[in-house]
Ligand binder design. Structure first.
Ligand code: SF4
Length: 576
């Protein structure tokens, strides 16, 4: 469980004992305990009893689970509590106290899930290869000496090549292994890799990409649609129709983060039209993320951290200015509600400026304030007010702004046209597609999302459709939420509604841990789509192995990886 910080202080054995001695657990909310360290420290400074704090943490685990996982579904009378967390008596007691139900912790609670997974795998293998070919009796250990590799190898009964089990048996602790650590120089991530050699077989851990050290089974299906992710990147960065800057022009760096993942055509066309040369920051990489982590002072969401890194790295590129616009609202779409960007996004120039590491860099900031929801005429007026003092003519600014709006519209049109074609192909071929919903800087920045969207297509042949390839601007979401004031939230719910109207579409929601608006919007996504969806949260810490496993489970439950062989439970999967 989370809350390792306190477990480290008091020791795991004492945790349950202390918690069970508490008469008044402190209510610590229902956030994951990973995020509670600061609250706990503050209570301790104010003299709170350790026992009450520890009991409060146990209760938080329960409230978190009930409110974020169970989410109003019916809870039965008798509850089996399994998994590693069930070793903690305090959490089991907290479940009993909060739910008022009987809680049973079965023996071997820590491995019951693994046993269940093994049984399901056996069933799948039987179905794939025929029942005669899989019998647990055949899985008895081959005596050492009979098998040079020391593995348990099932004897072949048929002439077809036999499946080989990689199960190493229950004496794993006696198996000899060696460990080598090295840094992978395959890309700028420079992952620290651990190479385990177990009886001649090597396995690798620590890579962020899963590309260099893992062999994937060949996917059984190929996508039928065009690669919309790659296509979007091409549309976004294409500057073939944008005016070229004059020699020796003043340079403006554009951080490839946040607004740029949606509005690059607008801003680049505007700046070039004004006579500036534009420089894009490098794709998000480990160095940029580290620079962002070093610079931030508050605790913003991961994309804002990454944006700080891009700004810092652009400064090192020695550009004359850095574009960090103060965007209050994202676009003009028909709505009775006033639409806003998230406060972190709106205030990025001010937040970045206040970071001590960026104080000097901030002198280069170019931060026009714009309200896109007020329409092109109002935005043009705002741009005139900002750029006139720089000695630029009003007419030049107006014509650059007009070209910028046209470039942005062209980008949108291209995406929608390609999206309509993709939906048509899926319909004609009776294939399922997965709509990727979320914020463009989460969906389309492979440095943020570990390139998972691309891997869905490459590894599993998934036909991915990013939400901006769907006509979300035309969808009425008032019956789902009549006060959705987050503009991107409207698009997410509109995309979910489109998914609900198309039986061959499913959803993967790509977000990050600390995104406030998404934590709100997610609650309405399932009602909008009328079907469960997978949430992937990225925070810059994880490698992709666990995330890909969850994707596989989700795709399998949807019959996308392989045809369904049994009815699947309707559950929302949440990756944390
Ligand atoms: S919307 Fe979410 S991800 Fe975007 S800036 Fe706000 S908190 Fe961060």
């Amino acid at each position: 469980m989370g809350g390792d910080f306190i477990v480290h202080r008091i020791g795991p054995d004492q945790f349950a004992e202390l918690a069970l001695s508490s008469k008044a657990p402190i209510r610590l909310g229902e956030r994951c305990t990973v995020f509670m360290e600061r609250d706990v420290n503050s209570y301790m400074q104010r003299g709170a009893e350790k026992a009450d704090l520890v009991a409060g943490l146990a209760c938080s685990v329960v409230y978190n689970y009930i409110n974020r996982v169970v989410r109003g579904r019916r809870i039965g009378k008798c509850i089996f509590f399994q998994g590693g967390t069930a070793y903690n008596d305090a959490v089991a007691a907290a479940f009993a106290a909060v739910t008022g139900k009987q809680i049973i912790v079965p023996p071997h609670n820590g491995v019951i899930g693994a046993i269940g997974a093994a049984l399901l795998a056996r069933e799948q293998m039987k179905q794939a290869r025929g029942p005669a070919d899989l019998d647990l009796a055949d899985q008895r250990p081959t005596p050492r000496g009979d098998n040079r590799e020391g593995q348990y190898v099932r004897q072949a009964r048929q002439k077809t090549s036999p499946p080989v089990s990689r199960f190493r048996g229950y004496d794993l602790s006696k198996v000899s292994y060696s460990l080598r650590e090295f840094t992978c120089n395959g890309c700028s991530n420079a992952c620290r890799i651990q190479e385990f050699t177990v009886e001649g077989n090597k396995t690798y851990w620590g890579d962020k990409c899963s590309e260099r050290f893992r062999h994937r089974t060949k996917r059984p299906v190929e996508p039928v649609t065009m690669d919309l992710m790659a296509m979007r990147q091409e549309f976004l960065t294409d500057d073939s129709n944008v005016a070229q800057p004059p020699t020796g022009a003043v340079t403006v760096g554009i951080p490839m983060a946040m607004f740029a993942y949606e509005q690059l055509p607008f801003w680049r066309t505007l700046l070039r039209g004004l006579g500036f040369a534009t420089v894009l920051s490098a794709p998000t990489n480990k160095e940029i993320i580290q620079a962002g982590q070093d610079a931030v002072v508050a605790e913003p969401c991961f994309p804002i951290v990454v944006a700080h890194g891009h700004i810092a790295c652009l400064d090192r590129d020695d550009v004359d200015h850095i574009l960090v616009p103060n965007i209050i609202s994202a676009e003009e779409i028909p709505s009775d509600v006033e639409l806003h960007l998230c406060p972190w996004h709106q205030t990025l120039p001010f937040v970045a400026r206040s970071a001590p590491a960026l104080t000097e860099t901030a002198n280069k900031f170019m931060s026009p304030q714009v309200h896109f929801s007020d329409g092109p005429a109002a935005v043009t007026g705002e741009l005139v007010r900002f750029f006139r003092p720089m000695g630029l003519k009003r007419s030049k600014i107006r014509s650059a702004a007009a070209a910028a709006f046209e470039a942005q519209q062209t980008f949108k049109r291209k995406c929608l046209t390609a999206g309509a074609a993709a939906l048509d192909v899926l319909k004609r071929t009776a294939r399922r597609g997965v709509v990727l919903v979320g914020r463009p800087y989460n969906i389309h920045d492979p440095g943020v999302n570990l390139a998972v969207p691309r891997k869905l297509r490459q590894y599993y042949g998934v036909d991915c459709i990013p939400q901006d390839f769907l006509p979300t601007g035309d969808v009425d979401i008032s019956k789902i939420n009549n006060n959705m004031y987050w503009s991107l939230g409207r698009h997410v719910l509109a995309a979910a509604k489109i998914v609900g109207e198309n039986p061959n579409l499913d959803i993967i929601y790509i977000t990050n841990f600390k995104c406030g608006p998404d934590s709100f919007v997610k609650h309405f996504t399932k009602p909008a789509a009328g079907k469960p969806f997978l949430t992937l949260q990225f925070d810059g810490h994880s490698n992709d192995a666990g995330i890909m496993t969850r994707c596989e489970a989700y795709l399998d439950s949807k019959g996308i990886l392989r045809p369904r062989t049994r009815p699947q439970p309707q559950q929302q999967a949440v990756v944390t």
